[in-house]
Design a protein around this ligand. Structure first.
Ligand SMILES: [Mn+2]
Length: 322
């Protein structure tokens, strides 16, 4: 475990960054740590770096203080790299890692090989936000930190539903609630609420979805021209794969969206047996056992065909081992 007080002794500039296309956990863990350090280390210059965050996070405490670019001469004494399985996931903020005197990585991705000077990696933790919580002194935690960490846990557990939700996760959530956060508001505003257009494109994805492999797999895809028609971008498609996965009796949900001609971002979810992280890793992506993603080339048909071969193989092994 990391001793924060020890790490931050006489440190002047601390930078914190999360992964590209920040989700609730990347945003929540970064801003949760940010508010804690700002309150307890007033002499230290603390900055958070994230790419643009979804509109749904507009009320998240500290979101307006986030930097989106690295300044020319910014060289942190300590750099916290949160929720990133590898250096590539930092995107443009990898520059901070390069310039930093000391790099501390806090993460819960299975694929994280430990690329920092100090690595706190716990693959079975619900979220990076949960891991940040474990490093902080409860008594010194401002409510803004509690709000952010709660958001991170809520998002990565799918509101305490996914199998990564442990009794300890619930205990941490309870502690955060006691800090006086607006728990229901955070869940509704940042997780469930959708704009009208986001709901329309979700409806479209559901209408066009197809059951494959004896109804074990559900699949849907959104093309660029459909996104243009509804006036939405990639971040508006968050959560679609989860709704597909809620189809009873399916084991895997596959959701694709087109990023350029013949190139698709692929999101994978599984219910119980299939390890989608190894499938995503095979195609150059990564993630968790039940939630992973990658980018693939070819027609929609090619992409789905390639993925289902891997699913088929895993399900066959599962059957044979019975
Ligand atoms: Mn995470």
């Amino acid at each position: 475990m990391i001793n924060l007080a020890e790490e931050l002794k006489q440190v002047r500039f601390v930078a914190i960054a999360g992964h590209v296309r920040p989700d609730g956990d990347a945003t929540g863990s970064c801003l949760g740590l940010y508010h804690y350090l700002k309150k307890n280390y007033p002499e230290t210059d603390v900055r958070v770096y994230l790419e643009n965050t979804p509109q749904a996070y507009s009320k998240v405490p500290g979101i307006d203080e986030v930097f989106h670019e690295v300044g020319e001469n910014e060289a942190p004494d300590v750099f916290f790299c949160l929720d990133c399985a590898d250096e590539k996931r930092l995107g443009g903020f990898a520059e901070l890692k390069k310039r930093a005197k000391r790099v501390i990585c806090i993460d819960h991705h299975v694929s994280n090989g430990g690329f920092a000077d100090v690595n706190y990696i716990v693959p079975d933790a619900s979220s990076t936000s949960e891991l940040v919580f474990r490093l902080l002194d409860e008594e010194k935690m401002p409510v803004e930190t509690a709000e952010n960490l709660y958001m991170g846990i809520v998002h990565d557990t799918g509101v305490f539903r996914h199998s990564c939700t442990s009794p300890e996760t619930m205990e941490i959530a309870a502690t955060l609630m006691r800090k006086g956060i607006d728990a229901a508001g955070i869940i509704n505003r940042t997780f469930y609420d959708k704009t009208y257009h986001q709901n329309q494109i979700l409806g479209r994805a559901l209408l066009e979805s197809i059951l494959l492999m004896d109804k074990k797999v559900i699949f849907s895809a959104i093309r660029q021209k459909e996104m243009d028609f509804y006036g939405v971008g990639p971040s508006d498609l968050d959560g679609i794969v989860q709704v597909l996965m809620s189809t009873a009796d399916t084991e895997v949900a596959i959701f694709l969206y087109e990023v350029s001609p013949q190139t698709f971002k692929v999101s994978l979810r599984s219910r119980e047996f299939v390890d989608v992280s190894t499938i995503a890793a095979y195609f150059g992506g990564g993630g968790h056992i039940r939630a992973a993603g990658c980018t693939m080339q070819g027609s929609i048909y090619d992409v789905v065909n390639n993925i289902t071969l891997h699913i088929e193989k895993q399900l066959r092994q599962e059957r044979d081992s019975d």
